[in-house]
Design a protein around this ligand. Structure first.
Ligand code: TXA
Ligand code: MG
Length: 339
């Protein structure tokens, strides 16, 4: 392995070590409340380039720059901020919302994949807060997983993905949101949803007092690339199929010798799966249930996908989420995992 990956403890000293490593141009993974990030200071082009190498990610994909507070974004984006951006920052920062804004000249284009906009996020996780405050310049960070794979929500996931490929991981409590931040582009007088997340389009509309546009509805956005939106993403090794309670019995009854897992949350889905399991008595069939609400499903989703791979599951039947706004973040990730 080319690098020895150090694990820094979640103490003041650990944070200080992580911050000086980052300032020295090292790659340092760190916790956030959404997923763990793989950080490099935006001002060190070599470090930023190494992110792509470590992740095996195509080089022109834009990264999110992380700051400790709203003050930290000034001079890196064009000012004055659009009015709607200020409203969103006041309401949701620190938290799981990324704003795509026109960048200033100071923000290196290596971070933005050559684009004239930059994604900026201010995470709420206390260790991320302490780390970013100590570093003092924005930290570019994609999720700390190899390209196309499931994002990490705890330290051991990061090591599973990147041990030996990065300089250090800063420890911290597991992510308590569990899916990546909501991303909106704020351009002129419109807000466009680029990636759904735990902050829903309804939550945003309440704050800005106008509709959030979908990407297809915006002309301004047609030139913007969002890597997570383009390819199959968030994929475990197991084949993922989304099913309803009605479809499940027939699918499970089909003959086959693969190792199957069923993951669901609603009463109707869980009772359908329990009944089939009792009837089939197949040792290669396992059932996992999650609490029936989108925030809880989001917290556990990625560790369940990883667990399925760890348990050598071939086929993972996951409950089709409701099509309500509350489920939009989870539904988006499941759609990609099953693509
Ligand atoms: O929750 C999160 O957002 C996590 C944590 C670590 O903060 N980060 C994360 O980064 O999910 P990443 O690189 O895995 O996904 C960032 C997404 C990509 O789809 C990228 O294309 C999009 O943000 N993005 C970044 N900057 C952009 C820009 N200027 N314009 C459009 N999309 C952008
Ligand atoms: Mg990612």
């Amino acid at each position: 392995m080319p690098y020895k990956t150090l694990v820094f403890p979640e103490t003041e000293e650990g944070v200080a070590l992580a911050a000086s490593a980052a300032l020295a141009g090292k790659l340092v993974a760190f916790p956030t409340e959404t997923v763990f990030g793989l950080g490099a200071i935006v001002t060190n082009q070599h470090a930023v380039e190494r992110i792509f190498e470590a992740k095996q990610r195509p080089a022109n994909h834009p990264l999110i720059a992380h700051v400790a507070n709203a003050e930290g974004l000034k001079s890196w984006v064009q000012t004055p901020l659009p009015r709607l951006a200020s409203l969103l920052i006041d309401q949701f920062w620190p938290g799981p919302l990324t704003l795509v804004l026109p960048k200033s000249d100071r923000m290196p284009s290596a971070v933005t994949g050559g684009q004239s906009t930059v994604g900026i996020r201010c995470p709420a996780h206390p260790i991320a807060q302490a780390f970013l405050a100590k570093v003092g310049v924005p930290v570019a960070a994609p999720s700390a997983n190899r390209f196309g794979r499931v994002s990490p929500t705890c330290v051991s996931h990061v090591l599973d993905e990147l041990d030996g490929r990065i300089d250090a991981v800063l420890s911290g409590e597991p992510s308590n949101i569990g899916i990546e931040s909501t991303i909106v582009a704020v351009l002129q007088e419109e807000v466009v949803l680029l990636r759904p997340g735990s902050i829903t389009s309804d939550d945003i509309e309440k704050v800005i007092g106008q509709a959030v546009k979908r990407r297809e509805q915006s002309d301004a956005i047609s030139t913007i690339r969002v890597s997570g939106a383009l390819e199959q993403h968030y994929s475990p090794m197991a084949k993922v199929v989304l099913v309803s309670a009605e479809e499940l019995p027939n699918l499970l009854a089909a003959p086959g010798d693969s190792s199957i897992r069923v993951l669901g949350w609603s009463q109707a889905f869980l009772s359908a799966s329990n009944q089939m399991a009792a009837k089939l008595k197949r040792p290669s069939l396992s059932l996992v249930s999650l609490p029936d609400n989108p925030a809880q499903v989001a917290i556990d989703l990625y560790s369940q996908l990883r667990q399925a791979d760890h348990d050598k599951v071939n086929l993972l039947y996951i409950e089709k989420p409701l099509t309500t706004v509350a489920w939009e973040g989870v539904a988006d990730r499941l759609k990609r995992a099953s693509a």
